[in-house]
Design a protein around this ligand. Sequence first.
Ligand code: SDX
Length: 423
Amino acid sequence: MAEKKARLTIDGESIDLPVYSPSVGPDVVDVARLISLGYFTYDPGYLSTVSCESAITYIDGDAGILRHRGYSIEQLAEHSNFLEVCYLLLYGKLPTDEEFSNFQSAIQLEQTIEDYLISVLSGFSRDAHPMGIMCSLVGAMSAHYHNEIDITDIENRHKTAIRLIAKIPILAAMTLRHIRNQEFIMPDPNRGYGENFLHMMFSENDSSPISSVLARAMDRIFLLHADHEQNASTSTVRLVGSTDANPYACIASGIAALWGPSHGGANEAVLQMLKEIGDRSKISEYLERAKDPSDPRRIMGFGHRVYKNYDPRAKVLQETYREVLDSLDIESDPTLQMAQDLEKVALNDEYFVERRLYPNVDFYSGIILKALGIPTSMFTVIFVVGRTPGWIAQWNEMISHGYKIGRPRQMYTGDVIRDYPLK
Ligand code: SDX
């Protein structure tokens, strides 16, 4: 029962609405009763709207805080690894050594790619966009597993999570090798998750060595992308899941939503933007166009619906980037130089300062992925691999805690009623 109440008065009539307090963050006003009094709430883009309860990820946009199950992203990035964070997101606690080993073995058992997926992949041209391919491959998984799905069974839900975490990086690497017309390299059970991904993408043969620094950087990039509360793609997964849909279809819908350049597609768009700017001397000119409301250009990788401070993930990525450059013995990278100059100019520009626009996770991720030799068209696929555990953990949390079908209303502004003209 809510202790606090909010009183809303409209045309002299007052209604009391319950106010709930979360474990941390702003109080929420429960407006569900408004419909019974003939009112809707209006919040396009959901700036002030809470869609669900969740215990997985907490973000404080003003303070630049990101925590998974209470653990800060800085500590997880420093001391944990991607698979352990997958376990944390799914099961709500850090695993014991035995639990982690069993989790790892369960994933390894599922690191197989069936012929139907290879047939779907082989149907794509070499210039097909990898994100469209990934939508199709995970969609194909929904068709393949449909008859054995029981979303009411917790073990069945966890099996789905394991399968997705196991297979999606392999499908991602195979997608790159398909568009490059290369033989597929399957995962090596003796390599870690990040190392295996680079191995499957770039190795010439099964025994090619992978640098431990680059493997750690890849693992950390996945970790930093693992979950992010109710962002557009996670909200999409929850909305599709609220119809009791096939969970693989829910994840395919999340991939589609992530593709947009305003969301996960921004990492690819950052590199395209830097290429369009072309030269450091052109940064100010581009910035003026990005500030012009009549110009569709934006500083890609800048701004965030929630963070009105530096995205904590961007800070960790900057450190990771340094490690990658040092490991690759790259003194200075013109793309990085351009990005750093752009960031410096933007952070000192009144327009960005007063709107509290800072670099987000996508601003630096693209530059690191480029340094790792990953083609730009694959950048958002890397985001998919990282975000899959977050999507499936959020879906599982919704299914296991009870939910209603998501069905927003609208403010109708069309013709009220018209008679069909009789001829
Ligand atoms: C991700 O939600 C998540 O958690 C997402 C994510 C995750 O992990 O899941 O963090 C991943 O998607 C990060 C965001 C990646 N997208 C980009 O980098 C694209 C560039 N950014 C913008 O498109 C924008 O900042 C958004 C989409 C990210 C946020 O948009 P909002 O919250 O709707 O803000 P807005 O568009 O209303 O902007 C407010 C003002 C506007 O100016 P005014 O109308 O007040 O004059 O700021 C301006 C905007 O024009 N603005 C920008 C800008 N971002 C906002 N102007 C120039 N360049 C920008 N990048």
